[in-house]
Each structure stands twice: as structure tokens, then as C-alpha cells.
Design a protein around this ligand. Structure first.
Ligand SMILES: Cc1cc2nc3c(=O)[nH]c(=O)nc-3n(C[C@H](O)[C@H](O)[C@H](O)COP(=O)(O)OP(=O)(O)OC[C@H]3O[C@@H](n4cnc5c(N)ncnc54)[C@H](O)[C@@H]3O)c2cc1C
Length: 338
């Protein structure tokens, strides 16, 4: 019999990854995922979904490496299985290019992707403004396909899904024993976290089936990511900007920058445009606390604030969140219910 009620707030890549991890690992828990928005309307849906990461300043590098490795290995197993097309997960090879040699020539994840090496002169010749680069194979995880696949997997593990906006954690405390908060940018109001802020990103989808390699400028401002249904090109990184509408100035600038890198893109048809707000924070918050709600202390596990790296780190932080839920079960009165 399921005796512990767990609720996960958030239906993006972080919420569904966390909900699947909990539902599959803890069959004694009944897990419900509650979200205001679902695929295809979450931020995760618009992400190009390429596995890369920058370093967060205050999280031990070992932990960040583990998040990256756990996510990469989880998605690699899917990419190499029969589930790859229905999950929207595939391998993607290409280049990250730099105008100046970066201080850290090898990123912390260089050993975790496949075949990482510095670019040869011959490869660099195609990008005359750039003098250094990384060549490697990583994973592309397309959330409009991956999220429904994860939802199916969650339901198969007994999970339930509800669509609604949660106005406060109090609303949940009478029905659930443990609350798992994966509400991304929503955490700004839901848990009153003033450290959370948006970083606006605009992208376009182009029809350019002749492009096979991803290309990303080292500063993350310009990128070209071929996918199953078109090539995603970007981008912008506008901190504190809440605008969700397409900006024609940004469109022009993205097309110019990308066509400078790959001139044939100037002929590509624009299929769609999209704007999303990265749920940013100095460091993602993956921790637990006891919160006083309606007269009793309720365990709350937080997993939000992944910024521009949520697809990359979702599975790794979900496994950490699962570990935190396990601690809640063992260190509170809840273990008596097990
Ligand atoms: C242009 C762009 C390109 C990107 N490219 C990449 C990339 O290549 N690789 C990568 O790793 N990352 C990328 N990202 C970042 C990535 O999209 C995010 O880090 C990721 O989507 C965050 O996932 P999330 O589940 O935390 O948030 P979201 O996808 O925003 O989901 C949040 C969920 O919480 C729900 N919610 C919030 N508040 C409430 C509430 N009060 N009640 C009920 N539900 C609530 C929402 O409805 C939603 O379901 C990109 C982002 C942008 C904008």
C-alpha cells in the first residue's frame, strides 16, 4: 500500500525528471505532479536542448560534474536504444569556437562528453574570426518529444498529473507529506526567492537540412543547433528582461550573426520564432528544508534555478532531489508510515 504522499510542482524538464526518479525508486510513495503549464508550453520546450554547461560559482565542482555525468549517461543510454526517436534524444557532433583562447582551455565536462579534442587548423579555417575551438560529440534532447515521453514513463510508474497553478505551499500541505519544488522561474513568487531572475532568450527555427554539425560561439551568444525538425539558431541573453514577445531587432541580429558563421543560412527559410525565460539564479537550489505550514513542519525539497543549463543538468539534479526525499523519509516522523 502506498502510504506517503509526495507532490512535485513543475511540469518542465526538471519537474518531470524529478517525478520519474521518485516514482520509479520509491514505490511506497504516491507521487503527483502539479503544474500550471505542460509541454509544449514550458520554457523547457523551446530550449535547443544541447548538453553543455558553464560552471556555477559556489557549488563544488565534483557535484556539478556528477550532475552532468548522470544526465549525460542517462540520455546517452536512451540515444543508443530503440527509444531514441520517440524520446527525442540523439547524438550531436560539432564545434564550440572562440575568438581568443579561453583561460580554461578544457571545460570541466570535457571527459564526460564523447571524443573531446581541440579543433584542428583545418577545422578552424571555416571560421576566420576564431582562433581556438573544441570538437566533440554531445547529446541533443528535444523537449517537445522528451517531455511527453517522460510523462508516459511517470504514469507507468504510478504517477498522477494535475494541471493547476499553486498559489502557495500552504495549499499543498494538508494533502501531501513531502513537497518537491521544481517550479523554475515560478519559485520567485511560490517560495519568495528574490535570487531568481529571468534571462531572456530568443531563438529561430530554420529549414536547413544540409547542416549536420552544431556550432556554438564560446560566449554562448550565437549558436546553430541542427535538430530533427529544423535548425535552432540563436540567441540572446538579456538579464532581468521579462518580455515574451519576439523582438524584430533580435531576429535580425541572430540571422546576421549566424549567417556570418555559416553563409548558407542566409538562404534558409524561417519556420518559427520563440522566446523563453531561463530560470536563472547564481547557483541552482537543490536542497531541503522544513517549512512551517498550517501549524506543522513540512519537508520541502527544492530543485530549481538551472538557468541556461536545465536540460543538461535535469537528470543529475533529479537524482540529488531523490536522495533528499529519501533523507526526508528517514529523518522525519514519516518513516513510521513506511
Ligand atoms: C532560448 C533558450 C535556449 C536554451 N537552450 C538550452 C540548451 O541548449 N541546453 C540546456 O541545458 N538548457 C537550455 N536552456 C535552458 C532550459 O530551457 C532551462 O534551464 C530549463 O527549461 C528549466 O527547466 P525547469 O523545469 O526548471 O523550468 P520550466 O520548463 O520553466 O518549467 C517550470 C514548470 O513549473 C511550473 N510552475 C511554475 N510556477 C508554478 C506554480 N506556482 N504552480 C504550478 N506550476 C508552476 C510551470 O508551469 C512549468 O510547468 C535554454 C533556455 C532558453 C530560454
Amino acid at each position: 500500500m502506498k502510504s506517503i504522499e509526495v507532490v512535485v510542482v513543475g511540469g518542465g524538464v526538471v519537474g518531470f525528471s524529478t517525478a520519474v526518479c521518485i516514482a520509479e525508486a520509491l514505490p511506497s510513495c504516491s507521487v503527483t505532479l502539479v503544474a500550471e503549464k505542460f509541454s509544449p508550453d514550458t520554457t523547457s520546450d523551446g530550449a535547443a536542448g544541447l548538453l553543455f554547461a558553464a560552471k556555477f560559482p559556489d557549488i563544488p565542482l565534483e557535484r556539478q560534474r556528477r550532475w552532468f555525468r548522470d544526465s549525460f549517461d542517462h540520455l546517452l543510454a536512451i540515444a543508443q536504444s530503440q527509444h531514441s526517436p520517440e524520446a527525442g534524444v540523439m547524438l550531436s557532433s560539432g564545434w564550440q569556437i572562440f575568438k581568443e583562447v579561453p583561460a580554461e582551455k578544457k571545460p570541466f565536462w570535457s571527459e564526460l562528453v564523447i571524443g573531446f579534442r581541440f579543433m584542428s587548423d583545418r577545422e578552424l579555417n571555416q571560421f576566420p574570426d576564431h582562433k581556438f575551438g573544441h570538437a566533440f560529440t554531445t547529446i541533443k534532447c528535444e523537449c517537445p518529444t522528451y517531455l511527453p515521453w517522460l510523462e508516459k514513463r511517470f504514469r507507468k510508474a504510478g504517477g498522477q498529473v494535475q494541471q493547476r497553478k499553486v498559489s502557495s505551499l500552504e495549499e499543498l500541505s494538508s494533502s501531501y507529506d513531502i513537497i518537491v519544488n521544481c517550479s523554475g522561474l515560478g519559485s520567485k513568487t511560490l517560495v519568495d526567492d528574490s535570487q531568481v531572475y529571468p534571462v531572456r532568450g530568443q531563438v529561430l527555427k530554420l529549414e536547413a537540412p544540409w547542416l549536420q554539425h552544431f556550432i556554438r560561439a564560446g560566449d554562448g551568444m550565437t549558436y546553430i543547433y541542427p535538430g530533427i525538425h529544423g535548425v535552432t539558431v540563436g540567441g540572446t541573453r538579456q538579464e532581468g528582461d521579462w518580455r515574451l514577445q519576439v523582438d524584430e531587432g533580435d531576429t535580425k541580429s541572430i540571422l546576421e550573426r549566424c549567417s556570418r558563421l555559416v553563409p548558407s543560412l542566409s538562404r534558409a527559410k524561417v519556420l518559427s520564432q520563440w522566446v523563453g525565460l531561463r530560470p536563472s539564479r547564481r547557483n541552482p537550489r537543490v536542497e531541503r528544508e522544513l517549512v512551517q505550514l498550517q501549524g506543522h513542519r513540512v519537508p520541502v525539497v527544492h530543485n530549481y534555478g538551472h538557468g541556461g543549463w536545465g536540460v543538461t543538468l535535469a537528470w543529475g539534479t533529479a537524482l540529488d532531489a531523490l536522495g533528499l526525499v529519501r533523507q526526508c523519509l528517514h529523518e522525519t516522523h514519516l518513516h513510521a508510515k513506511l
